[in-house]
Design a protein around this ligand. Structure first.
Ligand code: 13P
Ligand code: SF4
Length: 349
């Protein structure tokens, strides 16, 4: 008999599982993870069941920065990265000696797709006076061209740091995040014109309508969203910052402009709060709050099981690319640890 005793939040997610999914969730996947000495590292946008499995098996659910850091820290020799391809590559760049697998190797990202290596290389060559700062949502090859890699959790601090040294910046690929950082820091930034197909869909008119219905709601926005959406935000930040906001702000209601997968963790940490997805379409559309990344959705129980069972979806990155791209990646991780350290010291004083 399979032990299905779980808490409330969890049982809501598991209550309608088919026999097959129960078998995978409670028995097959946990036992394969153990057998293969593998840790499951999931992003907040993956299906709730996958996030839950990562938590129950000693892995982690995190934002893109913490996923990469955890992968390096954890003792396991094998990492199963449930997210999108650049996250698997980040794990490989920071932990080249580990085997990294993804449930579905086709899980790409529109930002990654928007920044082709050859085009980007030629763009950089025209601006040799600029520091190249690249968002982590890009291929390892593109990151190998960068001076710095950043995520939405540390982008403002890193760009600020460069701007105070008088550096001019070439930014890629997300235009909305790039413009948001530029406004926040006043840095001299030349911006590549990529966008995320999920976050670019939020609609300002419908957001204002929703806010008028819930005037006390706090609006939380991921900075890959268009500027007019960011302008309405009470909090702008990475997935982990938005989750913190739900638990730390006094509001009872939140309107959330990011992928709906994040609701699982928000609801788990703040079960009494009301979470409303920000609108992605005007009246008449079939789905009016549809922020859901199609590539994150490829991380299913079935694909996770198949990758563990058949050793499919391994991430390979050429050695010379690892050597080059690991430098700006590690620079970001070290920078972040320094900020953390400074915060801890100033709290202690
Ligand atoms: P975070 O770095 O905030 O987890 O975001 C990654 C991402 O792909 C957002 O769309
Ligand atoms: Fe990429 Fe957008 Fe999906 Fe994030 S939500 S992984 S930026 S396509």
């Amino acid at each position: 008999m399979i032990n299905t005793s779980l808490n409330n939040n969890t049982s809501n997610i598991t209550k309608n599982l088919s026999e097959r999914d129960q078998e995978l969730f409670y028995r097959e996947i946990p036992s394969l993870l153990k057998k293969k000495d593998a840790s499951l590292i999931a992003h907040y946008y993956t299906p709730a069941l996958v996030q839950l499995l990562a938590e129950r098996t000693g892995g982690i659910v995190a934002d893109s920065l913490e996923m990469a850091r955890f992968g390096k820290k954890v003792k396991n020799k094998t990492l199963i990265v449930a997210g999108v391809y650049f996250m698997g590559e980040s794990a490989k760049l920071l932990s080249p000696a580990k085997k990294i697998y993804m449930p579905d190797i086709n899980a790409t990202c529109s930002l990654d797709l928007s920044c082709n290596y050859d085009d980007f290389k030629s763009f950089i060559s025209k601006h040799p006076d600029r520091k190249v700062v690249v968002y982590a949502n890009t291929s390892a090859k593109v990151r190998s061209l960068a001076d710095w890699v950043v995520t939405s959790r540390n982008a403002i601090e890193i760009v600020n740091h460069l701007a105070t040294q008088g550096q001019k910046i070439l930014w890629a690929p997300d235009k909305y995040l790039g413009n948001y950082i530029k406004n926040k820091t006043n840095a001299d930034m030349l911006i590549w014109q990529g966008e995320c197909i999920v976050h670019s869909e939020f609609k300002i008119k419908k957001l204002l309508d929703l806010k008028s219905i819930y005037p006390d709601a706090a609006i939380l926005v991921h900075p890959e969203s268009p500027m007019e959406i960011i302008d309405q935000a009470d909090v702008v930040g990475s997935t982990s910052i938005l989750i913190d906001a739900v638990t730390s702000l006094p509001n009872d209601t939140f309107i959330i402009a990011t992928d709906k997968g994040i609701f699982y963790k928000m609801q788990q940490l703040a079960p009494s709060k009301t979470l409303i997805p920000a609108p992605t379409a005007e009246d008449g559309a079939n789905c009016r709050a549809c922020a859901s990344c199609p590539w994150m959705a490829l991380n299913t129980l079935e694909s996770l099981y198949s990758c563990l069972k058949n050793d499919t979806g391994e991430i390979y990155v050429a050695t010379e690319i690892i050597e080059q791209a690991a430098v700006p990646m590690q620079r970001m991780v070290d920078f972040n640890e320094n900020i953390q350290l400074k915060k801890e010291v100033s709290y202690a004083q």
